[in-house]
Design a protein around this ligand. Sequence first.
Ligand SMILES: [Zn+2]
Length: 395
Amino acid sequence: MSKQIPEMLDSFSQLVAAPSVSSTDPLLDQSNRDVVELLAGWLEGIGFKVELLPINSASGTTGAVAPEKFNLIACLGEGEGGLVLSGHTDTVPYSADAWDQDPFKLTEKEGRIHGLGICDMKCFFPIVLEVARQFNASELKQPLYVLATADEESTMSGARALAACGKILGRHALIGEPTGLIPVYMHKGILMESIKIKGQAGHSSNPALGNSALEGMHTVIGAIMVWREELQKQFRDTRFAVPEPTINFGTIRGGDNPNRICAECELTIDLRLMPEMKLEEIRTDLRTLVSDAIAGSGLSAEYNSVFDGVPGFETDTNSEVIQIAERLCGRESGTVAFGTEGPYLNAMGMDTVVLGPGDIDQAHQANEYLSLERIPPMLDILTKMIGHFCVQSAD
Ligand SMILES: [Zn+2]
């Protein structure tokens, strides 16, 4: 399967042309097979040992056959420790009508290349390949890994499967998510939860004929707002632009007519949590709080998670990978407002920096692009990272 790596622009084109949308909507969800197979061929062509690991799909309840998903692990050199260069292979869904050109056809215009997923984050892999081809396995004192994951944009099933399989990869990691060439050491965790309150319908003229789920939800929202204030006092961290955990009341749906007592009301909320806040504990606290708020009212509650959630992420700013990244970028590391696979890599025993050439402002957008001027500095950063962690045997 090994293949010559094409010129970088040609590799960008081939990756963009290989659809790999991931979505929790089964109608939109696609396999990432074409992307990992392209990468596998190119990586083998420059001496990497490549493994494709199928991921057992969690879906299947609908009866439909879920698309195949794979993680790719490639390794150059041998031994323990070393550096992992990691990215996700999937893209978000797209609206073709909103694009000025075919989202799957890489288009160069005014110093930018446009294409679905080019910035977030298919561009990372050809840049990695361009750097990695300069190194021979024999000169590496510690191994260099390339990791390409599935489903980062939807369920994080790729990173979860990897963390669960107990494989030991490198000691240090870089994830090339779009950070505008600024090293990132921390982000918040994310939960999205649905709460459904169930009561009893009845004629509006007599409250005794029913039990209003809508009024129950009013009590629930009040209780969540009080809890939010407590959490914000307890977990303040001024290193974040928004220095406290947040809870957003995103949607509410309930009732059908003014003259009927509302029998059912559903609320969805989004929680952004500090890295030390454990997702499962917060989820349990929320559900207990809601159950307590409606206790004795005759109403009942049903709970669902919109998705499993993304844990918060924090790498010690004194760790070697953050220190080196800060030195190479000539600036201090910072925080971002989006989730990454960083917490999963850190759980596998790595110190992870998130640092990539794209800008998050262009991600998940029509006409997504990468500025070509971002490529040379990223090549330089990766060359020096590999030199430091794999050639000079930093530990
Ligand atoms: Zn991304």
